[in-house]
Design a protein around this ligand. Structure first.
Ligand SMILES: [Zn+2]
Length: 363
């Protein structure tokens, strides 16, 4: 709650006028006494003087049932922080993708979305980057203020540095050292993603936010669900073609030698990095591409074959009983090993048969 309401006010403030703005600032200041207050007042002055940064507002529960901090379904919509001298087109595309996914999956948060970009010299002025770094660090360290200084020089500064160095990135950063936890979606130089795949990028990343409302799932399921829903919702919104995208994933998956690696190897990417780094090169092929097909396979095995039920019933069962139990109950497998074996068998079917399975999925 803390930074959101203030930041949306800041956006308003720049749009209305100084007088009205100060009124709303005082209002918000009283309302959310606790955290970013002093800092945000200083920041407001900075924003007004540089005129280059704006916060926008859009429209609205375990690593395997351990003590995971989960996001909640809330009313507060995501807040957006971006350098406004960077083409608004990229922000609009991402926000549209995220909004469509929130409509479908529900609004989970709190969520801060950072869109930082440089196509020519947008970040050349030091103040532009510093304003973003300040919001970023003060919001994530609102309860751990002793770490703000490190953040400003480290994690925060690195965002701008990477944007200046032409890096193109999109990821969820999950801040679980505060209460409630906070999700940050970071997009750096989103113009570097091909269109229309920037839309599906927004869907993919927001799906990860939704997933943080539930106990954790294996890497392939986390990435596979995000990828599957990116294709599915991307097609529903007429940005991409679902079958074509799934076909392309199958092509990627089939480019991997049969015996080298399979879905079961990609339950835990951190473990792979520690114990089997030679498999890391298959991250894309197995976690994302095989993952998307494994999710389609699960949905096909469920009672009503409905994608919507997957996002409701399946995830609710994960919430109550963890992912293994959810796979068993939702897709009627006796155990996880049986699921993996059936999926491997499915992969041996002809491509035509695989595509036929997709046709049987229901909304
Ligand atoms: Zn992902």
């Amino acid at each position: 709650m803390f930074c959101e309401s203030l930041k949306s006010r800041l956006g308003l403030l720049r749009h209305v006028n100084l007088f009205l703005g100060l009124t709303s600032l005082i209002f918000v200041h009283l309302k959310s006494m606790m955290i970013c207050n002093y800092f945000l007042i200083a920041l407001t002055v900075l924003l007004m003087s540089t005129g280059t940064l704006k916060a926008d507002d859009t429209g609205i529960k375990s690593r395997e049932i351990k003590n995971e901090k989960l996001l909640s379904r809330i009313k507060q919509p995501p807040s957006y922080v971006r350098n406004t001298n960077y083409d608004k087109k990229w922000f609009n595309v991402l926000r549209t993708g995220i909004d469509k996914t929130r409509e479908y999956l529900g609004n989970y948060g709190p969520l801060h979305v950072y869109i930082i970009g440089q196509e020519s010299k947008e970040l050349e002025d030091k103040e532009v980057g510093e304003a973003i770094i300040k919001i970023f660090c003060h919001c994530r360290h609102a309860q751990t203020q002793h770490r703000i200084a490190d953040c400003l020089k480290g994690t925060g500064a690195s965002l701008i540095k990477r944007a200046r160095n032409n890096s193109t990135e999109a990821y969820l950063s999950y801040v679980d050292f505060i209460d409630p936890p906070l999700a940050e979606l970071i997009f750096i130089n989103p113009h570097g993603f091909d269109m229309p795949y920037l839309y599906t990028r927004g869907i993919h990343e927001y799906t990860h936010v939704f997933q943080r409302g539930f106990p954790s799932t294996p890497t392939w399921m986390t990435e596979g669900s995000a990828e599957f829903l990116a294709f599915y919702l991307g097609a529903k919104n007429e940005w991409i073609n679902f079958e074509q995208s799934m076909k392309e994933s199958m092509r990627m998956l089939q480019s991997v030698e049969n015996d080298e690696v399979s879905l079961v190897d990609f339950e835990d990417i951190e473990k792979i990095e520690r114990e089997r780094p030679e498999l890391k090169k298959y991250y894309r092929h197995i976690a994302y591409d095989a993952g998307a097909w494994a999710v389609a396979f699960l949905i096909h095995h469920s009672e009503n074959r409905s994608v919507k039920s997957f996002t409701k019933i399946f995830y609710q069962t994960i919430g109550r009983a963890g992912w293994k139990e959810a796979v068993k109950r939702y897709a009627k497998f006796d155990n996880i090993a049986e699921f993996y074996v059936s999926f491997e068998k499915f992969l041996e079917e002809s491509n035509e048969k695989k595509m036929q399975m997709l046709n049987k999925l229901k909304p």
